[in-house]
Write a protein that binds this ligand. Structure first.
Ligand code: TRP
Length: 411
């Protein structure tokens, strides 16, 4: 959360100070695993990072290969960039399977909707392609970056695992692990191999560490790198060293995998492929000013129906006019409107979304009604999640996290 809030603060300040400051913020936009700030131009980011745009032809291919409608996050460009996703599809088409790898740094107890996006999408990929999945909980990372104790980090990892499981993953295809519990053996051997390939200058170049950063940070990147290699999981992929890996993640994680892809061929492994998302905007949108501790900047999965309604009504930044009369006359600016942005993430019906955009944009529909529809949709999603999470028992968490072979990995 902090990342997006910081970003919104910056953007708010830039907008307040006028065009010049805005241009400056744009020039300084920062996207790395620990900081997302400034006004992000996603096209520029693709060029800067050297990834590829996820175009319609790839989305059509996914539809053909999986015989199901592509997920809304694909249709609406939430996942918008990739690295070698086409190669994963080529291999899949030839009959070669792959595995999925994603993760979460357990830094907070309550997740917000933005946190769920990669997991909802990963669940869709798992179902559509019928492939195994490993989920890394980087309790070690958060302990080192967030000044959280080892014990607290481990506790949060288990709590977050419940939210992740509530997204509907199939236990017969999914292995969830915490770094504190799992690092060792084959995984650790791969970490050491990766570490030997990466110079200090290289990590400084990729991650921007300084002489003041503690050495835990400098040594962490191999931990996030090696789940990309099947041999890190001998209980799952023994003898399948050439199985390809696909990583769904938000684009701020790209630096880790740039490093991983750089070293993979030297270790005789495939480079992992990536499919990358943009960030879920804060309620206050691009001009809101908020503090990192402001719970009103996001919808949390623990929010009640009333919380959600109040937050949307009070805080969602709108491109609609401030009186009914003006709205009828001028219509809403959809580009900056947060309710419309949120609907484009979560309203599955393409026709209804188009209808709302046309009516609201032209002024025939009022902000109040758009917010009302958004509230209905988000309340339903959050309540469904809450019910699913309440049904996750400690035994289920243990089952997902047990080091075991997966019974129905492929097909
Ligand atoms: N570093 C990520 C975070 O802070 C967690 C993570 C670990 C991850 N491995 C990953 C995220 C793979 C996406 C894909 O949230």
């Amino acid at each position: 959360m902090e990342k997006r809030e910081e970003r919104a603060v910056e953007e708010g300040a830039a907008a307040a100070a006028g065009g010049e400051a805005e241009a400056a913020a744009e020039a300084e936009a920062e996207v790395n695993p620990w900081e997302v700030s400034g006004k992000i131009d996603y096209d520029k980011l693709i060029d800067k990072f050297g990834c590829q745009r996820l175009d319609q032809s790839l989305i059509d291919r996914v539809q053909r290969l999986t015989s199901r409608a592509p997920h809304v996050f694909l249709r609406r460009g939430v996942f918008f960039a990739h690295r070698d996703f086409n190669e994963i599809l080529d291999a899949y088409e030839r009959g070669d399977k792959f595995y999925l790898y994603t993760g979460r740094g357990p830094s907070s107890e309550a997740l917000h909707l933005g946190h769920l996006i990669p997991f909802m999408f990963t669940k869709y990929l798992q179902d559509a392609f019928k492939v195994p999945l490993v989920i890394q909980l980087t309790d070690d990372e958060k302990c080192m970056w967030k000044n959280i104790s080892v014990e607290e980090s481990q506790r949060l990892a288990r709590e977050n695992a419940k939210d992740i499981i509530a997204c509907g993953f199939d236990v017969t295809r999914t292995f969830i692990f915490s770094d504190f519990d799992y690092v060792g053996g084959a995984f650790y051997k791969n970490m050491v191999k990766v570490a030997k390939c990466v110079t200090y200058n290289k990590v400084v170049g990729i991650f921007g560490f300084t002489g003041e950063d503690h050495i835990g940070k400098v040594s962490f990147p191999p931990v996030q790198a090696v789940p990309s290699f099947p041999s890190s999981f001998p209980h799952l992929f023994n003898g399948k060293d050439h199985l390809r890996c696909l990583i769904p993640c938000a684009i701020d994680q790209d630096p880790y995998f740039r490093m991983t892809r750089d070293v993979a061929p030297r270790l005789g492994y495939h480079k992992p492929a990536l499919i990358e998302s943009s960030f879920f905007p804060a309620l206050q949108g691009d001009t809101g000013k908020m503090s990192a501790s402001d719970p009103n900047s996001a919808i949390y999965v623990t929010d009640s129906a009333k919380d959600i309604k109040d937050k949307i009504n009070r805080y969602a930044f709108t491109g609609g006019q401030d009186t009914k009369e003006k709205q009828r006359l001028y219509g809403a600016n959809l580009e900056v409107d947060i309710p419309v942005k949120y609907l484009s993430f979560f309203l599955e019906d393409d026709d209804e979304l188009e209808h709302i955009k046309t009516e609201y944009g032209s002024g025939r529909m009022l902000t109040f009604d758009v917010k009302k529809r958004l509230t209905e949709i988000l309340v339903e999603i959050v309540e469904r999640h809450r019910r699913a999470r309440a049904a996750v028992t400690d035994e289920m968490v243990d089952a997902f996290m047990a080091v075991r072979p997966l019974p129905s990995m492929f097909g």
